[in-house]
Structures are given as structure tokens and as C-alpha cells.
Design a protein around this ligand. Structure first.
Ligand code: ADP
Length: 486
């Protein structure tokens, strides 16, 4: 009843404390030592005498830092759940969106509510919205007042108030140092994205979620399959893993099964990457796409510098309506954006594969516009090779980059051939680019001709009714049996 009254008094503040919906540490996984550190906060509520007697330092404010979706809110709720205390949560941006002067008084109300409900945890999400470094030309009076009020409330309460403030941010770097001074948010806990083991733990928590009738949800995943899933979800946050399992469970439900399978998860992952499925195309169009994507996947798996194929699909998707060949992500390359000449040359072959295959299968008169976008990509790659990164052997280009950055409405673009270069140089570079393109087109045609048998098997498997997709392993198996890599 007290809760309900409080709820009425404070709009915007969420209060949670129902036994059924109680979140505990068991619901949070893959976050390393954070739980151990937060155990102390739980102990403060459960065994306050111990703190008082020993004169140990009482936790007042705990700051959870880390990227979005890593379980910071969940953790704060779990601390309240473990300690069975009231939980008042508020997003700090709600303070600043209010009228001048209101933010500070809301903070006052929030703390006085917490004191009446004590023992309690106040959780302020996105604290950076009020806690940015103060002052300066960009100063914001309203925000400063709100922050000052928050700080003075925290300074004001004592061990007896039995209220602990938890806050979360993914912008630790912009926080006002006043917030992290002793006696305020002096416990800082970093919650990062889960590692390999962590992802397995989180997947398990969500796969084995409690159903409405109190049973745990059944699933058929073996340890190896959980490992495989964890491997495939590198860079996923806890929230992304939770939503993946949720889509898989929905898919299982749609086909009338209760237990979630590995295939459900794979399918959900594929969907996540490519966007939801759309209406299938006519047989004609599907065949075109199968030739284009089949050839791309084939060429990708024949080339040593290209990452292994994960999946090739001609099922039209929200993000890729024309099908797609997905290769393993090379995280380092993605991060550094550093490409070698060999890699770019092979990349050039992969983007030209679709066109070459169309020519082989349908004949020159019947090639279509379907490859237009890839041809533009091919043009970009040769420009990079010859003009931007000076990777060609053409002596007229030599060690010169023939591009120059220029500003276009805040975006930096590369202009090819700025004025200062001679016509000879431009001409030479152009000739070199055309030569590279033609050479690559010839090479990929020859490669596909030699591997025609493998191409035909891939295309026919892709167009078999209901298939539409091949896994990387399936493509490699076909290449092993029918291919001719040399
Ligand atoms: P944050 O506050 O860090 O942005 P949330 O706590 O709101 O993230 O996470 C959103 C949801 O994602 C949670 O309710 C939970 O279902 C899931 N989730 C995120 N991290 C974890 C985790 N470490 N363990 C289990 N589930 C998690």
C-alpha cells in the first residue's frame, strides 16, 4: 500500500517490489566480479548491524559504467531483489527535460520518498544527462541545479537512512568529478560486454527462463552448440543475446514446439543479421539471384585471403532484398580498416563474380542489371588500389596518392585527381585501373569456368524449393567435392 501511495505521488518514478517478479543475482550472468562487489551492498541491507558495529565504510553511491544493454539496470534491480528492499528508478534525462527549477525539486521528492520507503535503492539511469561536467560556455543552469541537489541529498543522508543510490552511465568520460568524490558515487563498477564464457552463461539464463507456470523453459542445446552460439555472437551485449533467445523461442512457438533448438537460434541469428524475410521472388528472379550469390560464395571460398563463408542466401530480406553472401567478420580488419593489396585484389574478384557467372550461365546477350551495385563496388576497389593507396605497379603513378580529401557538408570525401597532377599521370592511372578491372574480370571468369560443376550444384541447391540458403559448411563441402581451386 505504501508503494502504491508513493507511486501516485511521484509520476515518472518506477517502483518495483513484487515477490513474483523479483529479480535476483541468478538472473544476471556473464559480468565477472560485479556481483561479488555488489554483494556488499546487499549485505548492508541484510546485516546493517555488522556495518555499524565494525564502523566499516557504508556504501552510499554505486556507479555502474559500461556500454548499453550489458545488464546495469538488471543488476541494480537484482541488488534490490536480493536485499528485498524497495526499488525506485528514474531516468536522469527525465530530470532535465522538465521546466526550470523542477529538476531539483524532483530530486528532493525522490529522496524523501526513498526515505519513507527505506530500506530502498534509488536507481538513476543515464546519470550523465545531469552529471556532465558543469560550467563552461555550454553551461546549463537547470542541469547544474539538478546535479547540485542530487549531490547535496547524497551528502545529507547517513547510515541510518538505509538508502543507497545506484546510477548507470555509458559515458563515464563526461561525468563531473564531483559525482565520484568519496561519500558520493565512490564505488565504481565496470560492467562490460560479456566474453566467450559470459555469453554462454547469459544464453543459458535466458534459454532456461522461468515460464508463467513456474517451470523452466526446455531447450535441446548441447554444450558444444552453446559454444558455437557464443562464438557466433561475438560483440553481442546481454540485451542482444536476450532478444536473440526471445526470437528463437517465438519461432519455436510458431512451429508448435516448446523446446528451443539450436536451429531456432541459428535462424534467429541469421534473421538478426539480415533483417526479416520478405515475400519470395518468382522462379526466374530466384534463379538469377542464385547464380549471382552462388558464384560469389563459390569465389569467396576459393580465395585464400577472403574470410570463410558463413552463409549464402537468396531469400529476400528486409536489409538485403537481393540475397547476400556473408563471410566471417574479421574484427581486426573491421576495426583498423587496413587492407592489403592481396586482399583488395581478391575482393575485386568476389564483387565481379556475379556478373561473370551471369555471362557464363545466360550468355552475354542475357546479362542483366542485377549486378550494377557490385560493378560500382569494383570501380571503388580499383580506385583504391591505384589512385588512393598507390598499390599498382604502374610507374606513372609510383608512390603517389592521386586523391585528396575534401569537405562535403561535414563529411570528408576523397576527390580523385586533384588539379595538381599532370594529364599524363591521370591518363596513366586510368589506363592502369581499366587494366586491373579487365584482368580481374578475366580471372574470375576463368575461375568460374574451371569450377562450373561446383557452381551448378550450389545454384541448384539454392533454388530447390524451400531452401534458399546454404551454410558456409555446405558451400565448402560442395567445393571439396566438385571444385577445382588451383
Ligand atoms: P543496461 O541497463 O546496461 O543498458 P539492461 O539491464 O537494461 O542493460 O539490459 C536489458 C535486458 O537485457 C535485461 O533486462 C536482460 O533481459 C538482458 N541482459 C542484459 N545483460 C544481461 C546479463 N548480464 N545477464 C542476463 N541478462 C542480461
Amino acid at each position: 500500500v505504501r508503494m502504491r501511495q508513493a507511486q501516485r505521488n511521484m509520476k515518472g518514478v518506477k517502483l518495483q517490489y513484487t515477490e513474483a517478479g523479483r529479480i535476483t543475482f541468478d538472473d544476471v550472468a556473464g559480468i565477472g566480479d560485479a556481483k561479488v562487489e555488489l554483494m556488499e551492498v546487499v549485505d548492508f541491507f541484510l546485516k546493517p548491524e555488522r556495518f555499524r558495529r565494525s564502523g566499516a565504510k557504508i556504501p552510499k553511491g554505486v556507479l555502474l559504467c559500461g556500454p548499453p544493454g550489458t545488464g546495469k539496470t538488471l543488476l541494480a534491480r537484482a541488488v534490490a531483489g536480493e536485499a528485498r528492499v524497495a526499488f525506485l528508478s528514474l531516468n536522469a534525462s527525465e530530470f532535465v527535460e522538465m521546466f526550470v527549477g523542477v529538476g531539483a525539486s524532483r530530486v528532493r521528492d525522490l529522496f524523501s520518498q526513498a526515505r519513507t520507503l527505506a530500506p530502498a535503492i534509488i536507481f538513476v539511469d543515464e546519470i550523465d544527462a545531469v552529471g556532465r561536467v558543469r560550467g563552461g560556455a555550454m553551461g546549463n543552469d537547470e542541469r547544474d541545479q539538478t546535479l547540485n541537489q542530487l549531490l547535496s541529498e547524497m551528502d545529507g543522508f547517513s547510515a541510518r537512512s538505509a538508502v543507497i543510490v545506484m546510477a548507470a552511465t555509458n559515458r563515464r568520460d563526461v561525468l563531473d568529478p564531483a559525482l565520484t568524490r568519496p561519500g558520493r558515487f565512490d564505488r565504481i563498477i565496470y560492467v562490460g560486454k560479456p566474453d566467450f564464457e559470459g555469453r554462454i552463461e547469459i544464453l543459458k539464463v535466458h534459454l532456461e527462463k522461468r515460464l508463467e507456470d513456474g517451470r523452466r523453459r526446455p531447450h535441446t542445446l548441447t554444450e558444444e552448440q552453446l559454444h558455437a552460439m557464443s562464438f557466433e555472437t561475438r560483440e553481442f551485449s546481454g540485451a542482444m543475446l536476450a532478444s536473440l533467445v526471445n526470437s528463437a523461442a517465438l519461432a519455436a512457438g510458431r512451429s508448435g514446439r516448446e523446446a528451443v533448438t539450436f536451429d531456432d537460434l541459428e535462424q534467429a541469428l541469421e534473421e538478426e543479421r539480415l533483417g526479416p524475410r520478405r515475400e519470395p521472388y518468382s522462379d526466374d528472379r530466384s534463379m538469377r539471384l542464385a547464380v549471382q550469390e552462388g558464384a560469389t560464395a563459390l569465389v569467396c571460398s576459393l580465395l585464400p585471403a577472403i574470410e570463410p563463408v558463413v552463409l549464402v542466401t537468396i531469400v529476400p530480406r528486409e536489409k538485403y532484398p537481393l540475397g547476400q553472401t556473408v563471410c566471417k567478420v574479421n574484427e581486426q580488419r573491421e576495426r583498423t580498416r587496413m587492407f592489403t593489396r592481396r586482399y583488395l585484389e581478391e575482393q575485386l574478384l568476389t564483387v565481379l563474380a556475379g556478373r561473370a557467372a551471369e555471362e557464363l550461365v545466360y550468355g552475354l546477350d542475357e546479362v542483366s542489371t542485377i549486378n550494377q551495385r557490385r560493378l560500382i563496388m569494383a570501380r571503388r576497389i580499383v580506385t583504391k588500389l591505384v589512385a588512393a593507396a598507390a598499390m599498382s605497379d604502374a610507374p606513372v603513378v609510383g608512390p603517389r596518392t592521386l586523391t585528396q580529401p575534401y569537405d562535403m557538408g561535414g563529411r570528408t570525401l576523397l576527390q580523385v585527381f586533384p588539379r595538381r597532377y599532370t594529364n599524363e599521370m591521370q591518363y596513366g592511372a586510368n589506363v592502369e585501373m581499366e587494366r586491373l578491372l579487365n584482368e580481374a574480370a578475366g580471372n574470375v571468369r576463368a575461375l568460374l569456368q574451371r569450377n562450373r560443376a561446383a557452381l551448378d550444384v550450389i545454384v541448384s541447391t539454392l533454388t530447390v524449393k524451400g531452401a534458399g540458403s546454404l551454410s558456409g559448411d555446405e558451400v565448402r563441402a560442395i567445393v571439396r567435392e566438385h571444385g577445382c581451386p588451383e
